[in-house]
Design a protein around this ligand. Structure first.
Ligand code: FES
Ligand SMILES: [Fe+2]
Length: 431
């Protein structure tokens, strides 16, 4: 249980708040390059600030405050030029530092443009995503996690704006036992609601048998927390315990088997941009088709909703993402943690809250928090431990060929999964 004051301290992300100050020390993905290829501007809200991301005609990326300094028109409608973004209303032109370069209606010799600058933030592209940094100088290096730089994979990116605070989403990742209930026992109930019987061959792929947790454990390591579990029938020699599953501080879950990240981007106190960034590998020794970073497809993951009678739309509940989304959103816009009753199985959540508090203090004391990279030599294909190392879980395409499109993570909606299904005739779960 946390006090109301502690709950505020861990959940408020605006400028000047303790958590907002810590979170501003990290880079966040705000768009896929393919989105800017389709439309060169994108409205972005990040850490409570309204911004516009753009790519100009020379290819330069910029992130500006959303409103034009002149008379506040939204720059989402801005016109990309060779050297910046031009406001649609009276044509003021801004470069990627926010400096105004031109004011067409003022006299050519006017010095007014040089005296106008709007807020602008650094952006960098990596692995098909555009990352933004809203914190203080010196700007840390954008971490080169292996997932973003590895070759010979096909990537796609699921996206959703989840209407709740980022912290309750992260806490889900420190809560291994929910998988046994929410993603297993509850799935059997969802199958019942959907009228699927246990004699349906697809039933057991969507709703595998419930395997209780015998043991859970957590270790802080240099990049975050490793969670471990032993399921009934397994031992500590199995990968789930021996290698574990890393949570990358402060806001990412390494996807099972090391095939990607689930990234939680704090939009404001009550909204989170969720990215399912997935690398689909081929079989060992197999080359997958080449894919340019700006062609990595995106797809939308739907939020849980009710039908006109106020009943859950159950077809959205037959996959991990739908189930997790439901859990996060129904905890409320900001979960009232002072009403919680935590048990022994919540020890990972308690550890993560302590780590957040510790890192808030590191920043308050003038230090660099966990996962700050400043040495380029240490920032090369940063690898993470993964339970996939000892098994074959990374080879998603191969698994899909064998068994059809998975329902784990956002598999049900994944563009690449659906392409594979179309090629192989593998079954795809209904929307
Ligand atoms: S409002 Fe942008 S140029 Fe006038
Ligand atoms: Fe989950």
């Amino acid at each position: 249980m946390l006090t109301e004051r502690m709950n505020e301290r861990l959940t408020q992300v605006g400028p000047g708040t303790p958590m907002g100050t810590l979170l501003r020390r990290y880079w966040y993905p705000v768009a896929a390059l393919s989105e800017l290829k389709a439309n060169p501007t994108k409205a972005v809200r990040l850490l409570g600030e309204d911004l516009v991301l753009y790519r100009d005609r020379s290819g330069t990326l910029g992130l500006l405050e959303a409103s034009c300094a002149h008379r506040r028109v939204h720059l989402l409608y801005g016109i990309p030029e060779d050297n910046g973004l031009r406001c649609p209303y009276h044509g003021w032109l801004y470069d990627s530092t926010g400096q105004c370069l031109e004011m067409p209606a003022e006299a050519p010799e006017s010095t007014f443009p040089s005296r106008v600058q709007i807020k602008a933030y650094p952006v960098e592209a990596l692995g098909g995503l555009v990352f933004a940094y809203l914190g203080p100088a010196p700007v840390p290096l954008l971490p080169q996690w292996d997932v973003f730089v590895r070759g010979n994979v096909l990537r796609d990116v699921g996206m959703a704006i989840v209407p709740c605070n980022w912290l309750q989403i992260m806490e889900n990742s420190l809560d291994p036992v929910h998988t046994e209930h929410l993603h297993r026992y509850f799935t059997h109930y969802v199958m019942e609601r959907l009228g699927k019987g246990k004699d349906d061959p697809k039933y057991w792929r969507f709703a595998p048998e419930v395997r209780p947790h015998v043991k859970i454990g957590f270790d802080v390591f240099e990049h975050g927390i490793i969670k471990r579990r032993v399921l009934k029938g397994d031992t500590e020699e199995d990968a789930n315990w021996k290698h574990g599953h890393p949570i990358v501080f402060p806001n990412m879950l390494h996807d099972r088997g090391g095939g990607g990240f689930q990234i939680r981007v704090p939009v404001d106190d009550t909204h989170t941009l969720y990215l399912w960034y997935i690398c689909h590998a081929g079989k060992p020794g197999e080359d997958v088709p080449a894919q340019a970073d700006e062609d990595i497809p995106t797809y939308r993951v739907p939020m849980p909703r009710l039908d006109e009678d106020g009943n859950p739309v159950w077809s959205l509940m037959d996959n991990n993402s739908g189930q997790d989304n439901m859990a996060w959103v129904t905890q409320g816009p900001i979960s009232p943690r002072w009403l919680e009753r935590l048990g022994e199985s919540d020890k990972g959540i308690i550890l993560y809250r302590r780590l957040l508090e510790e890192q808030i203090r590191v920043v308050e004391d003038g230090g660099d928090p966990m996962n700050t990279f400043r040495d380029p030599e240490a920032n090369v294909a940063i690898d993470l431990p993964s339970e996939g190392r000892s098994g074959d879980q990374s080879w998603r395409l191969d698994l899909q060929r064998a068994g059809g499109v998975g329902t784990g993570s956002s598999g049900k909606y994944s563009v690449i999964n659906r392409e594979v299904a179309a090629r192989t005739g593998a079954p795809v779960p209904a929307e």
